[in-house]
Design a binder for this molecule. Structure first.
Ligand SMILES: Cc1cc2nc3c(=O)[nH]c(=O)nc-3n(C[C@H](O)[C@H](O)[C@H](O)COP(=O)(O)OP(=O)(O)OC[C@H]3O[C@@H](n4cnc5c(N)ncnc54)[C@H](O)[C@@H]3O)c2cc1C
Length: 675
């Protein structure tokens, strides 16, 4: 890595030249750095807005899941079987599914080797359990904070290997060269916003490759269980023409609000009482009672929410577990009330004869509690018995489940879609490698835990390709600047324009964020109303035009926030575009969202007439294709529905593979020679 200085528009700016810049410091970005280092590539560095921020280090759940190939017992499994199960989720490319399955064991044992405490028995069996959309028992967990443990172990390696980290560096632009067809990334502009600096300063990176590990688009939502330190940076990539796909597919589910935490697993299996109040905390009601026929059905649905966590429109009818999400949405968003879980009392039926009792539960729910020794009088006693750390997590954040109610809502948690890449995790922009959640490898559904696997495998594959094919030195400063200077100037000019002026206020970025977050949570989350989409999309674009033109902040210290707003505002507009396009193509309810449809069916006789919908079928146009969306050079939106690539045929012959391997024919971009 070489550090120098350049002068642009009379301003002296640090220039860092290196082979690979890794943006972000979540589990995926860190793994990319570690894997590159393992492959001998030393000319690398990380640039991250906050080391320790992001989802991996700050999110978790009752039992945070890591999905991997089955590695224990006598149940047969194979990478091809695992690929089929990933592919079955719908709208996922088969070759990517195969890569994620093939790389699973390697990625998992790498983490084990680094000391992530995944449990095994005395014979060394990494026993698994069944997670959602998983026909096998491929899931494992290191506890409520699996991804934090991954972050910590990988961060230790980054430290011990002396991999340079530009902490407090928010990347605000990617630099490219070449026309639309042959565009490649050549660097980035960041704002150095480290504490102690008087004002943020520009830093320019001249890099052969960029690994983008900036995580999910958390900052576009108002109601979210992503940690507050995670916002996302998809806009950086959209601005240079990177293609997004499956942007319509995200997961939503029940989570706590005061401290953002996913409420799956035992949080529901102990069957807490659901209640709602008015905004002031008065008029307490057990609102679920009106919609369930009896206590047994209600308590069983709550129990099932434990392992049917994401909202799923297929699980609403027949008083399924997702009816609860819908009713929580109705209570909070439509009626403007507040919803809480109470762990101190059992649900009480509307009719005294319908009080909670274990013998009213389904045999499955009853057996689970019985086997866990948890047939105890109250939800909190059951939780203490089954999962004390689940209570401790809240205590650590000032919430005592033994004394207070827990406020909840249906929250955005994860994006299955995102930027598109090929089998080496390179995007349509050459040398730009999105890894982790920003790379949307999954489609409609995915097995729980497969996001963490995808992040590790993707980073491994990107590193292999970079080390094998793109390992050269960056160009000299003069050559780099000949291509990059106009864009750097534009970024500096954008910053200059945002500073000062009559309308500048410290609150301007937050106000803008509030506007698009509300829009996104109202129209682009778990409930999507076709009649509202045109207005939502046009308001989104007009807000983007407005913030680009008018967003003014009172001083340079607000620039990082202001650039974030530009990024997120653009991101939300493209996400809404994708949702409208999906609906225009006849897209119906699927995955983790419901598309309202007056010609559909009401899933339960007691709920409001507004909740009629129908489910997307396998033969629907939208189920047979994947929507790709991007911006062209003039910032026009491009939409293309592409075929879903099948899983490549199995049964490669050893001699052939060996030959290709020895002759260095493995690391190839489809249809292209090496560079
Ligand atoms: C509550 C919750 C529970 C979950 N449970 C599971 C589970 O059980 N199993 C599972 O597989 N997945 C789960 N997920 C999803 C999974 O945790 C995430 O997908 C994964 O951790 C994302 O990792 P990442 O490395 O891609 O991004 P992150 O860990 O989010 O890291 C992103 C990084 O990018 C940085 N960054 C962002 N923008 C910029 C910028 N402009 N410049 C510089 N740096 C930037 C951030 O500071 C951060 O360091 C869960 C998610 C949540 C929210």
């Amino acid at each position: 890595m070489k550090e120098g200085r350049i002068t642009i528009a009379g301003m002296k700016i640090p220039l860092v030249s290196l082979n690979t810049l890794i943006i972000g410091s979540g589990a995926a970005a860190l793994n990319a750095a570690v894997r590159l280092h393992e492959r001998g590539q030393r000319d690398i560095a990380l640039a991250t807005e906050e080391f320790g921020g992001g989802t991996s280090n700050n999110a978790g759940s009752d039992k945070q899941t890591y999905y991997k190939l089955s590695l224990a017992g006598d149940r047969p499994d194979s990478p091809l079987e695992m690929a089929r199960d990933l592919f079955k989720g719908g709208c996922m490319h088969g070759d990517i599914a195969l890569c994620e399955a093939q790389g699973s064991a390697e990625a998992f044992f790498h983490l084990v080797g680094l000391g992530v405490p995944f449990p095994h028995d005395r014979f060394g069996a990494y026993v698994g359990y069944k997670t959602d959309h998983d026909p096998q028992q491929r899931a494992t967990s290191a506890g409520p904070l699996t991804s934090r443990l991954m972050f910590e172990r990988l961060a230790d390696v980054v430290k011990t290997k002396d991999i340079h980290v530009f902490d407090g560096h928010q990347v605000i632009a990617l630099l490219t060269e070449g026309g639309e067809k042959e565009k490649k990334v050549i660097g980035a502009v960041a704002l150095d916003k480290r504490k102690g600096r008087r004002r943020p300063a520009f830093v320019v990176f001249n890099a052969v490759n960029i690994v983008l590990g900036t995580g999910g688009p958390a900052g576009i939502y108002q109601t979210s269980v992503y940690p507050e330190s995670q916002t996302g940076a998809h806009g950086l990539a959209f601005e240079i023409g990177a293609i997004g796909h499956n942007l319509t597919e995200s997961q939503y589910g029940l989570a706590s609000l005061k401290f953002r935490w996913n409420l799956s697993g035992t949080y529901q299996q102990v069957i807490p009482r659901y209640l709602s109040t008015d905004r002031a905390g008065r008029d307490e009601r057990e609102f679920l009672n009106d919609y369930f026929p009896d206590m047994g059905t209600l308590a069983t649905a709550i129990f099932l929410k434990g392992y049917q966590w994401p909202f799923d429109p297929r699980k609403v009818a027949g008083h399924g577990s997702s009816l609860i999400d819908l009713l929580v949405h109705q209570e909070t968003v439509i009626k403007g009330r507040r919803v809480f879980l109470d762990y101190r009392r059992n649900p009480a039926g509307a009719d005294p004869l319908q009080r909670f009792s274990f013998d009213r539960l389904s045999p499955e729910a009853f057996a689970y509690l019985e086997n866990s020794g948890a047939l105890l009088p109250t939800p909190i006693e059951r939780l203490i018995k089954m999962n004390p750390p689940a209570i401790a997590v809240f205590k650590d954040h000032g919430i005592d489940l033994e004394r207070e109610n827990l406020e909840i809502a249906v929250c955005a948690q994860h994006n299955n879609g995102g930027l598109k890449s090929g089998i080496w995790w390179e995007s349509n922009i050459k040398h730009l490698f999105p890894v982790g959640e920003v790379n949307g490898t999954h489609g409609v559904r995915r097995p729980g835990g497969s996001a963490l696997n995808a992040g590790q495998v993707g980073a491994l594959r990107a590193a292999a390709f970079i080390a094998g094919r793109c390992a050269g030195k960056p160009p000299k400063a003069g050559v780099f600047l000949a291509a990059a200077e106009p864009r750097i100037r534009l970024t500096m000019e954008t910053a200059r324009k945002m500073l000062g002026g009559k309308t500048a206020t410290a609150a301007a970025p937050a106000k803008a964020a509030d506007e698009f977050r509300r829009r996104m949570s109202a129209h682009g989350a778990q409930i999507r109303d076709p009649r509202a989409m045109d207005a939502a999309v046009s308001e989104a674009w007009s807000q983007w035009a407005k913030v680009k033109r008018n967003l003014k902040v009172p001083g340079p210290e607000f620039l990082p926030q202001a650039f974030k707003i530009l990024d997120l505002c653009l991101t939300h507009a493209l996400y809404l575009e994708a949702i409208r396009e999906y609906i225009d193509k006849g897209g119906r309810s699927r995955g983790s969202y419901l598309v309202l449809d007056p010609n559909g069916e009401k899933p339960s006789p007691r709920i409001d007439d507004r909740w009629t919908f129908s489910l997307a079928g396998p033969r629907d146009f939208v189920s047979r294709k994947i929507l790709e969306i991007s911006l062209d050079e003039r910032m026009n939106v491009r939409k293309e529905w592409v075929d879903i690539r099948p899983i490549p045929p199995a049964g490669a012959w050893f001699e052939t593979v060996w030959n290709d391997f020895r002759n260095d024919r493995i690391l190839e971009r489809p249809g292209e020679d090496h560079d």
